[in-house]
Design a protein around this ligand. Sequence first.
Ligand code: ADP
Ligand code: ZN
Ligand code: ZN
Length: 809
Amino acid sequence: MVCIDVAIALPVYNTFTYSVPENYLLLVAIGKRVLVPFRRRRVTGYTIGAGRCDDSKEIKHILDVLDDRPLFPESMLPFFRWIADYYKHPLGEVIKNALPGGLNLYDIASIALTERGQRALADGALPPLENEILCLLEAGPCSLHRLRQKLKMDVSNALIHSLAARGRIVQIRELRGGRTKPKQEPYVALADPRLPVDNLSPVRKKIIAALQTEGELAVKQLRAAVRVDSAVLKSMVNMGQIHLQSKRVYRDPFGEPIRADRAPILNREQQMAVSKVGDRIGHGFAAFLLKGVTGSGKTEVYLQLAAAALSKGYSALVLVPEIVLITQMERRFRARFGDRVAILHSGLSTGERFDQWTRIVQNDASIAIGARSAIFAPLENIAIIIVDEEHDPSYKQDSSLRYNARDLALVRAKLNDCVALLGSATPSIQSYFNVTVQKFQEVNLERRVAQRPLPEVHVVDLRQSRDTRGVRRFISVELQQAMQSTLERGEQVLLFLNRRGYASFPVCAACGQAIRCKRCDISLTLHQSAHAYKCHYCGFTRASVSHCDLCGSTKIKLLGFGTEKVEAAVKKLFPDARVARMDRDTTARKGAIVGLLKGLRNRAIDILVGTQMVAKGHDFPNITLVGIICADLSLSFPDFRAGERTFQLLAQVSGRAGRGAVPGRVILQTYNPDHFSIVAAKDQDFMAFYAQEISLRQALHYPPFSRMIQLKILGKDKEKTKIHALSLGDLCRRLKTREASVFKTVEVMGPIEAALSRIADYYRWQILLKGLQIKALHDFVGQLLVENSASFSNRHVKVVIDVDPFFLM
Ligand code: ADP
Ligand code: ZN
Ligand code: ZN
């Protein structure tokens, strides 16, 4: 009997052994999904290896093999196991989380009758079920799913495979989700590089000269350089002077073809970075932090390192925090590597994503680029894992499997014996700390490319800022003047405020009560264009004409401001300027972000107002002024990373200015001009910020000087949630006392009500476990789970484990 080990995609911590019936023997393989019976249900599981057949127990057998090809290589299993163990998450659910969604091959594959099948049908003498299937297919191809419906019975994949193996049917793989047709474009190249040109016309000479220097050219590009009509090209083809050939071209998000580019000559700093990191490629694990100021050419370093990896036959994985940035990264990687790039992100349709995934599994692509979930890209033979903008909070997933893709990049690199390269202009405290303790090697790019200066930052103290009538305004006189002159020069302005909506703190003018969310413990934000109050945590919406809940008054004072109000003010101040806004409200529609970025690039937008979305690594050369409306918003969060986050946001958004030939300027408005996060951001001085912040962390015993696991306790009933939280707290303390020697370094903090004490109808409590080593914390939680598995979570109250938590509120 052959047995396999299966991880089931359900919240169960064990893996299970199943036997494999004979007709499936050739079909099973590690990385394929199987259908298995489990507690009177049929569920999907993942084959993770050979199982031990223990004759003493009754072993159930698998019901079907669901995939033709493995969905991931065997080499990824240790990685999945590590994750399951570290994040205390069931292995099957880890794998499920890693795979692209919507994997339903039942619906995807369609089957068709072959000639041989037709003959077999005509000959008769087929087993009844085969006969029925082939008969049905005679009417035309159909999906396996349809076939099963028509036959009103379960046709096993094994039978379909055996029919296919005998050449009676073929499987046609067609992806749902509207796979876009590849675009083609004509290209010309020289037929013979030593072509004698003496007797040719001047036009032809020019064409040949152009092709000699440029190699291959798109006909469009050639025409831009040399005025030539198609008759001439045709005649040159006929005379065997040039080749004309259709080539697949990729288009950037703006719809323009991405043309092949060549690597520029690196500057000295870039060269040193590439050689330092590149020397380690193929020689085992090594971790690097590339600290390069905004606009210093980090992406070019990534490109050349990926090229080095590919030239040695390896693959490369590139993580980028956001879809918007992926498209930029994609453009540059495609220009350099063409077809060898695969893209993974949530903006793709299910079919497209599955298609990209399959290309990686089949080794058709050797570079994968994507957002945090691309850390699971099924690449083999990885030589380098690059994490761009490694400080970005979006690498942390905060639902179901709570992982941090930046941390996992290091884990995967270690397991794969390869290089991890984290890059940022504003590294996380954690990563730079790793440099200081020599876990990471530091690589620096201290200057912008082409000697472009960093922008000059001017601080406006909002405590003293008054306009001429003595009224406080959120656009100071200095900022307004700077905007005016920037617009006059025909350059672009970026205004940053990390809060969306019109008024963030609407208050009843009659009784003083704030307008609050019904489902959360938080005030609603007025969104004027939507005529609604919205909750930014749960999405609850109510009409903006509503009355005060307490006194019924309709007079509402609009305190607090967000990007929508800034936009309105800017339109009033600069009626002739073209103003646009980029935040979650204006970019919900698919393609909206691209539209805005296109507007910026084509200079159809003069002023862009936005939230942290505009701070991310965009490269727009014509933005010469960045205005920070209020630098303090993120400072007051009750979170030990508030200062770090503020520094990163401000330094990053400042870095959007002056990336082109004209130097940039930043006007930074703040109520805390002396706060070290703000001073350091003003000077773009990461080291100064780090020095201050790290001593604070050390004094307070915060990461990186300690590790944390947070237990989040969530329930819809206020009292039950509280009681559960308190009893879990007692349990923690009892465990600590009982095993005092093992857990002496584990600190149990709480339970306390969360800073956001209710979100989307759930009351929220938390317990923070803090310790010097993650091992002790892991063991602690492991013990809690073991002793308490039945009551850890119950029907009313859920307990979620967040290892290395990021959002502590
Ligand atoms: P970063 O990622 O560090 O912010 P980029 O990699 O986007 O910076 O580089 C900024 C700009 O400089 C890009 O337009 C890029 O094409 C250009 N660039 C980078 N390296 C070079 C180089 N060695 N020579 C010329 N241009 C370069
Ligand atoms: Zn009121
Ligand atoms: Zn809400």
